[in-house]
Design a binder for this molecule. Sequence first.
Ligand SMILES: Nc1ncnc2c1ncn2[C@@H]1O[C@H](COP(=O)(O)OP(=O)(O)OP(=O)(O)O)[C@@H](O)[C@H]1O
Length: 256
Amino acid sequence: MSLLKLDNVTIRFGGLVAVDSVNLTVEQGEILALIGPNGAGKSTLFNLITGIYSPTAGSISFKGATISGQKTHRIAAAGIGRTFQNIRLFPGLSVLENVLIGSHTRGKWDLAGSILKLAPWVRREEGELVEWAIECLKQVDLAHRAYEPSTSLPYGEQRRLEIARALAIKPDLILLDEPAAGMNPQEKQVLLEMVRKIRAAGITVFLVEHDMKFVMGLSDRIAVLDYGVKIAEGKPEAVRANPQVIEAYLGKAAVH
Ligand SMILES: Nc1ncnc2c1ncn2[C@@H]1O[C@H](COP(=O)(O)OP(=O)(O)OP(=O)(O)O)[C@@H](O)[C@H]1O
């Protein structure tokens, strides 16, 4: 059974079909990349998987159960974590607090209860959550920054902090939306190693990314979207050699 399955998923925004009858599976333990030109529907597909949008038609299942149409927090609690294309950190909070905000989805912990310190179990659980948040920070090599303001981190580390926050919900599947965007070559190399470590820890990875070197070096499989339609899917070498993909995307990417 596939971990995630998209069955003829379509979404329309007025007259625009942003995602058009997409069939796609994500297999347990793989690193799958989704590529395609700007506006192809990649982020929209992530928004469909995570419940920000409901499909106009088709369905999405995760671990065999239908998730399309469910609320975002229920989909996160089912085990799908994500990062966003633009950094979404809480600027007033420390690195650790930014991760704790992510972890409350899986605990009984809530922010108000934690602040008021009403019951011993709140303190106990909070302690466990802090330990877990530090573990997540270790996975992206940021534990030594835990008590620093999140905004003091360099850009590449802020992006890794977002990954730590997504890991805090103990996901089975993590969706990374353009994780390497804006990073310099060294930051990209560090990120690549980290994504490999995340997969080695048993988390399946599905990423959207424009950097072809990054995608080719990291992914087991690649799927290609163009105008909302999946035009190709397969091993990196086969996708890179696919004439339709070159015409729709790689040719243009090479020009930039
Ligand atoms: N909420 C919305 N309402 C209307 N149109 C939308 C909405 N969200 C996305 N779109 C449109 O859907 C299409 C797909 O957008 P999407 O952001 O998913 O593309 P993308 O492949 O992620 O692009 P990029 O690589 O530039 O991030 C675009 O034409 C976009 O303008």
